[in-house]
Design a protein around this ligand. Structure first.
Ligand code: 5AD
Ligand code: SF4
Length: 550
C-alpha cells in the first residue's frame, strides 16, 4: 500500500444513523493510525469523505447537493480527493461516479475495512494526474476511480462460512487504537450485529448493509471491557434489529485465528423465551448479562434498535435483573394498521405490538422506584394504500403506547425495495404532510404529559455538556468579550464579570433530556459523570432540574 499523504487533512462528515456514526469513528480511527490528519474545516481539507445515508430520499439529496458544491471547488483545485462512503455509495454504485465525476472513491458500508487502501490509491492517482500536467479543467472532471461495493447480488451470507469477514477486524481495531483524540470519552457505541434480514417492504437497509451477521460475543465483551478501561460510562449496543442477536458456538467458524461473525439464523422470533438458550448459545439476554457483569464501571448499558416481534421475556428480564441496563426501548411500530403492517412486511399486528408493550411495561416500568420505562418509536405515514382509517389506527396506537418521543417520517419510495417495485406511491404529498404534522402534534402532546409526570422526581443524570442555550448565550457574550468556563474575563466593563451559572444538558436512563444550572467552576468536574438531579419543571422536549448532589 502506498504511504498516506500526511500533508492532506481529511474532512469526514456523517449523515444518518448511529450505525453511520460508529462507522465513521472506526474508519476515522483506522486512517488516523496510518498517519492521516483530520480537520473540522472542509475548506482546508485535501480529502473530503461523506459517510452517507440512503434510508430516505431527503437524506440522499443533502449529499447530492454537497457533491454539487464540491464540483465547483474541484474546478479550482483539481487535487481534491472526494469519497462517498456508506449506503448511498452502495445503492447508487458506479452510476454516482458517472453522474458526478467529482467523486474519486466509493466504498459501501460492508467494505469499509478497505477504505485506507482505496484512499491511498485515489490520492496517488490524483497526484499522478496532476503531475502528468493534465490541464486543470480535464483533471477536475476526471475521477480517480476507486470502488469497493458489495453489490446486492453478493449479500455477505453466501460467502461468510468460507471466508474471513474482514469487517470484523475494523470493529476490533477500535479496541486497540483509541480514536478519540479530543478529550475524555464517556459514551460509546458497540456494534453487536450488522445488516438486516427483515426486508421490510420500504427499506433499503437489507440491500445496502447486507445480510444480518452477529458478532462473536467474546469480541463484543472484550470491546466493552476495553472501553470501560478507557473511562467510558455509557455503552450503546447497535444493531438494525439488535434484539435478534444470538450466537451458536457450536457452528462458529474460525479463520486465521479469529472467530468469525455468524450469519443471522432464520429462527422465527416471536418467542417468549429463546427456545435454544443454554449451553452453546449466547442469546441477546445472555449477551446483555455478560456485558453488564464484565464491565461494572459502565454505569449505563443501552441498545438500539429493537424489533418488536423478537422481544422475548428473557431479554426483558435481563434488563430488569441487571441494574445498570437502561429501561429505555426504541421499538419502532411503523404503523398501527394491520393492513399497512402486512403490506410493510413487518410480521406483527397492532395488537401483537401492544401486547408486547404491555408485557414490557409489566416487567420494567417502576416509576415508584424512580425507574419508569421510557419508549421511543418510529412511524412512517403515507405508505402506499394508507387510508384515513389506517392513519387513525396509527394515531390511536401512538396515543395508547405513550412514547416519550417518536421519529415520524413521510414515506419515501426507495428504488430496489419491494414497495418501490410493486406498490404505487399513491398517497399525495399534501396528505403525507398533513398526517405527518398531525402525528407530530399528537406526539408533542404526549411528550409533554410524559415530561410532566416526571416533575418532582429525582433521577441520576449523565451530564453531557453545556446546553445548546448556554452555548448560544456564551457565543453572544463572546461577541462583546472573552468567556472562559462562564467567566467573562475580558468584558466590556472595567472589571471581569462572573456569569452566575452555566446550564448543562444531560440524560436520564430513559433518555429524557435534562437541563440543570450549575456554578461555572463545577462544570469541568461534572461532564461525563452521573449525578442526581431533582426535576422542578419541564417542557415537551426537556426536563429542568436542580442539583441534588452535595
Ligand atoms: N420512507 C420513510 N421512512 C423510512 N424509514 C425507513 N425506510 C423508509 C422509507 N422508505 C424509517 C423507518 C425506520 C427509520 C430508521 O427510518 O421508520 O425505522
Ligand atoms: Fe429496515 Fe425493517 Fe431491517 Fe429496520 S427491520 S433495517 S426497517 S428492513
Amino acid at each position: 500500500m502506498p504511504p498516506p499523504m500526511h500533508d492532506r487533512a481529511v474532512y469526514l462528515e456523517t449523515f444518518g444513523c448511529q450505525m453511520n456514526e460508529l462507522d465513521s469513528e472506526l474508519v476515522g480511527g483506522a486512517l488516523r493510525s496510518l498517519g492521516y490528519r483530520f480537520t473540522a474545516d472542509a475548506q482546508r481539507a485535501g480529502v473530503i469523505l461523506y459517510n452517507t445515508c440512503s434510508v430516505r430520499e431527503h437524506a440522499e439529496q443533502k449529499v447530492w447537493s454537497r457533491l454539487g458544491e464540491l464540483a465547483e471547488r474541484k474546478r479550482e483545485d483539481p487535487s481534491l480527493v472526494v469519497g462517498v462512503l456508506g449506503c448511498l455509495a452502495e445503492r447508487d454504485g458506479q452510476a454516482l461516479i458517472r453522474r458526478l465525476p467529482v467523486v474519486d472513491l466509493l466504498c459501501g458500508p460492508g467494505e469499509l475495512d478497505k477504505l485506507p487502501h482505496l484512499l491511498a490509491n485515489a490520492i496517488q492517482a490524483r497526484e499522478g494526474l496532476m503531475a502528468d500536467g493534465v490541464e486543470v479543467e480535464r483533471a477536475a472532471a476526471t475521477s480517480a476511480r476507486q470502488v469497493a461495493l458489495q453489490g446486492s447480488a453478493s449479500r455477505r451470507s453466501g460467502t461468510l462460512a468460507a471466508a474471513e469477514d474482514s469487517l470484523e477486524r475494523l470493529d476490533l481495531s477500535r479496541s486497540f487504537s483509541p480514536v478519540d483524540g479530543a478529550g475524555r470519552r464517556f459514551s460509546a457505541y458497540v456494534r453487536i450485529t450488522r445488516g438486516c434480514n427483515k426486508f421490510c417492504a420500504y427499506c433499503v437497509v437489507p440491500f445496502t448493509r447486507g445480510a444480518e451477521v452477529h458478532r462473536p460475543p467474546d469480541h463484543v465483551v472484550d470491546e466493552c471491557r476495553r472501553l470501560a478501561d478507557e473511562g467510558v460510562v455509557e455503552i450503546t449496543l447497535l444493531g438494525q434489529t439488535v434484539n435478534h442477536y444470538r450466537f451458536e458456538h457450536g457452528s462458529a467458524v474460525t479463520v486465521n485465528g479469529l472467530t468469525q461473525p455468524q450469519k443471522g439464523r432464520s429462527y422465527r422470533g416471536g418467542h417468549r423465551r429463546d427456545p435454544y438458550s443454554g449451553a452453546g448459545v449466547t442469546t441477546f439476554a445472555g449477551l446483555l448479562a455478560r456485558i453488564h457483569d464484565a464491565a461494572p464501571s459502565v454505569e449505563r448499558l443501552r441498545f438500539v434498535t429493537s424489533y418488536p416481534r423478537d422481544f422475548g421475556d428473557d431479554a426483558l428480564e435481563a434488563v430488569r435483573d441487571h441494574p445498570r441496563i437502561c429501561r429505555y426501548l426504541h421499538v419502532p411500530p411503523q404503523s398501527g394498521s394491520d393492513r399497512v403492517l402486512a403490506a410493510m412486511n413487518r410480521g406483527y399486528t397492532a395488537s401483537q405490538y401492544l401486547e408486547f408493550i404491555d408485557r414490557a411495561r409489566h416487567v420494567l416500568d417502576q416509576p415508584e422506584r424512580g425507574r419508569p420505562l421510557m419508549l421511543a418509536g418510529d412511524f412512517i405515514v403515507g405508505f402506499p394504500g394508507e387510508t384515513e382509517d389506517d392513519f387513525e389506527a396509527t394515531a390511536a396506537l401512538l396515543e395508547r403506547v405513550r412514547f416519550k418521543n417518536s421519529f415520524i417520517f413521510k414515506y419515501s419510495p426507495r428504488p430496489g425495495t419491494v414497495a418501490f417495485d410493486r406498490l404505487p406511491d399513491d398517497v399525495p404529498d399534501e396528505t403525507k404532510r398533513r398526517r405527518n404534522s398531525a402525528l407530530l402534534d399528537l406526539q408533542a402532546r404526549i411528550s409533554a404529559q410524559v415530561s410532566r409526570a416526571q416533575v418532582g422526581a429525582t433521577f441520576p443524570v449523565l451530564i453531557e455538556g453545556p446546553s445548546p442555550r448556554h452555548v448560544k448565550t456564551t457565543a453572544r457574550r463572546e461577541a462583546v468579550g472573552l468567556t472562559v468556563g462562564g467567566l467573562v474575563i475580558d468584558g466590556p466593563g472595567p472589571t471581569p464579570q462572573r456569569s452566575d451559572s452555566v446550564q448543562l444538558a444531560g440524560r436520564t436512563e430513559g433518555d429524557l433530556i435534562v437541563f440543570v444550572d450549575v456554578a461555572p467552576d463545577a462544570v469541568a468536574g461534572l461532564i461525563g459523570r452521573i449525578v442526581p438531579v431533582s426535576i422542578r419543571s419541564c417542557t415537551a422536549l426537556a426536563l429542568h432540574g436542580e442539583p441534588a448532589w452535595g
